[in-house]
Ligand binder design. Structure first.
Ligand SMILES: Cc1ncc(COP(=O)(O)O)c(C=O)c1O
Length: 299
């Protein structure tokens, strides 16, 4: 498989019951891109890997928790690109055998380094970054979740594979990298719906920080953010939390629409979409796209 081939990411049409209104719903199945470098991970890593190859570095050093999809995706993508990878993992008491995710990272050649929670939590501070760079000068440092400039540029490319004239585009939100990528390239009349999976997350404030390198001035950023609707109440208790209402919903979607969703991100975002649709009762036809950002590797 060619590196960064996204041809497996189809647009799946979902046939909805009339109760959901006059809606043409499509799911952009980025989860199908690759079994390990799935969904937005592929998009976020593309230009980071490009940069490593261009700068002739050895590989990528990145950060994550024990269940991080991003660590696994980085390990797999680096292996595919013939690069090395280092994963800095939160929790000095852990080891590579603690779960399947880390085991798999190690099998893919990722060099796992376990650090204390304090060291991990200060990873983005300037002095910590300098230390990592000094210790691993031939590695590109990529933040947790692939949340950097190159990640946003890669996510923007999703738009090239979407149909024109979308009325509403839905996406799950963690670091905001994916949603910012979509927002910088979105059409004038498309509304971007973001579904944070963290409780009490200030979605627009977080997006604003990431948008500065792209949109430069405050006014342009605010203009863009006016196209964003935040759905703040679909977190089901917060990151990594869920209940039977969510797991039943996910099972029904799989059965009824042949749409697999995960409990951490896409299940919550699709739930928010369906809930919102029921309340809208659209009479004029609407084209709605749900971006499936992957996450199925860890359930
Ligand atoms: C499956 C999945 N969907 C959505 C997201 C959220 O994307 P972002 O962090 O770019 O907001 C993540 C986290 O990276 C994820 O793993």
């Amino acid at each position: 498989m060619e590196l960064f081939d996204t041809s497996k990411s189809i647009l799946q049409e979902i046939k909805l019951d009339p109760v959901f209104g006059n809606v043409h719903l499509l799911v952009k199945r980025d989860d199908l891109i690759h079994p390990e470098v799935s969904g937005n991970k592929w998009r976020k890593l593309k230009y980071n890997i490009d940069l490593v190859l261009f700068q002739k570095k050895d590989g990528i050093l990145t950060f994550g928790g024990a269940y991080s999809n991003h660590l696994l995706a980085t390990a797999a993508a680096c292996k595919l690109a013939g690069l090395k990878s280092i994963g800095i993992v939160r929790g000095e008491e852990l080891n590579a055998d603690i779960n399947e995710n880390l085991k798999h990272c190690a099998e893919l050649g990722m060099d796992l380094k376990f650090v204390s929670r304090e060291a991990y939590d200060s990873r983005n501070e300037k002095s910590a970054q300098e230390t990592w760079k000094e210790e691993y000068p031939f590695y590109l440092l990529v933040p947790e979740g692939g949340a950097n400039y190159y990640g946003i540029v890669g996510c923007q490319e999703i738009l090239k594979e979407l149909p024109a004239n979308i009325d509403h585009l839905f996406v799950a939100q963690g670091t905001t990298t994916t949603s910012c990528g979509l927002l910088v390239g979105i059409e004038e009349n498309t509304q971007l719906h973001v579904v944070p999976v963290l409780k009490g997350f200030d979605a627009k404030a977080e997006m604003k920080k990431q948008l500065f390198p792209f949109l430069i001035d405050e006014e342009t950023i605010v203009e863009h953010l006016n196209k964003v609707e935040v759905h703040p109440d679909a977190h089901f208790g917060g990151y990594g939390k869920w209940n039977t209402e969510l797991t039943d919903f996910i099972s029904k979607c799989e059965e009824k629409y042949k749409l697999p969703l995960d409990k951490i991100y896409t299940g919550k975002a699709f739930y928010a979409l369906m809930d919102w649709l029921k309340a809208q009762k659209f009479e004029t036809p609407q084209t709605i796209v749900f971006l499936h950002t992957g996450g199925l590797q860890n359930g």
